[in-house]
Design a protein around this ligand. Structure first.
Ligand code: PMV
Length: 352
């Protein structure tokens, strides 16, 4: 019998949304209630490295190891959905060309490593599912485009579809019930605006309070602010944000980013029971950004928060000293809480 081990490795970066995805119209397919837009961070800072292999010599069940710990694939419907999509695409190739090795019939072994804390609101699932889907697609030599790959990664974690591409990436919500038009699209490559920087302030590396899927379901079902956000606030902001990126208009980019983060967290507070992701330190970071912008007399930095207390601060390279310097000075002299359990706040995380 064939003892060959077929193997492919890939990395995927973290992305941080500037227009937030919050709300599912279909939780099984991960179809969102609104479009979203993110900046993909540099692979030099936060990324997942994944190796996918398959072999007739492996035990019969697919296996997944994350940061050295075996994961239970059977209990993860999302992982199963991604793998079965990829397998059926491979099967189609094998049926069309019988000379191809029958990889679709072999057990998979997937090994994944993050170079940052997992599930700390640092978008680990986005990089994780993007890398998993890409690695298996490469292993299977699938001809699918990044758009097609993003559609599959979306089923693992919604935000993962945006980590399939670099630079400034929109996730178009789509309207079709089967999700075939709900996928990522590059708005601009990273090289379009290479001065963009992101700094992550690690307020806490603990696992998040309310998992994003549960939080979204509660918000969609109970928040009275939510419907307006999804129906009109976000669509207008998507258009304005795409224009800001095209024109490299940082003040516009920054204002939309901050307002959209605030709007997302407002719908969380407006949920019943209310959901809190930000804490006192997060709010101090918000005040500091507004104070810096006010003191300088122009918009030099913007904050955004995902489903956790950690702040991501966007700014331009020319203002690095001002922004990173001010944060650093305040952080190192302030009370505990900023550094988190793994040392210095991460900083100067640049787009690729
Ligand atoms: O992809 P999920 O299910 O982990 O949801 C991510 C939701 C936010 O990070 C809060 C917003 C976003 O657009 O990334």
């Amino acid at each position: 019998s064939d003892c060959t081990i077929y193997r492919a490795s890939t990395t995927a970066p973290v992305n941080i949304a500037v227009i937030k995805y919050w709300g599912k119209r279909n939780a099984t397919l991960n179809l969102p209630t609104n479009s979203s837009l993110s900046v993909t961070l540099s692979q030099r800072s936060l990324r997942t490295l994944t190796t996918a292999s398959c072999s007739a010599t492996y035990p019969a069940a697919d296996s997944l190891t994350l940061n050295g710990k075996p994961q239970d694939i059977q209990s993860s419907k999302r992982t199963i959905a991604c793998l079965s999509n990829l397998r059926s695409l491979r099967r189609a190739l094998e049926e069309a060309d019988p000379s191809l090795p029958k990889l679709s019939t072999l057990p998979l072994r997937i090994v994944s490593e993050n170079n940052f804390p997992t599930a700390a609101g640092l978008a680990s699932s986005a990089a994780g599912f993007a890398a998993l889907v890409r690695a298996v697609a490469d292993l299977y030599r699938l001809p699918q485009s990044p758009r097609d790959i993003s559609r599959i990664a979306r089923q693992g974690s919604g935000s993962a579809c945006r980590s399939v591409m670099g630079g400034y990436v929109a996730w178009r919500a789509g309207t079709l019930a089967d999700g075939s038009d709900s996928l990522a699209e590059e708005v601009a490559p990273a090289s379009h605006w290479p001065e963009m920087r992101a700094m992550i302030l690690v307020v806490s590396a603990e696992k998040k309070d309310v998992p994003s899927t549960d939080g979204m379901q509660t918000t969609v079902a109970t928040s009275s602010l939510f419907a307006t956000r999804a129906a009109s606030v976000v669509p207008e902001r998507m258009a304005a944000m795409e224009a800001a990126i095209r024109n490299k208009d940082f003040p516009a980019f920054a204002e939309i980013t901050m307002r959209d983060s605030n709007s997302f967290h407002a719908t969380c507070l407006d949920s019943w029971p209310p959901i809190f992701y930000m804490n006192d330190i997060s709010r101090a970071a918000i005040r500091l950004v507004h104070d810096i912008n006010c003191a300088v007399g122009r918009t030099v930095c913007a904050y955004t928060f995902d489903a956790g207390p950690n702040a991501v601060i966007y700014y331009l390279e020319k203002d690095s000293e001002l922004v990173a310097g001010t944060f650093k000075a305040i952080l190192s002299s302030s009370a505990d809480g900023w550094d988190g359990p793994f040392g210095e706040p991460l900083k100067n995380i640049t787009s690729p």
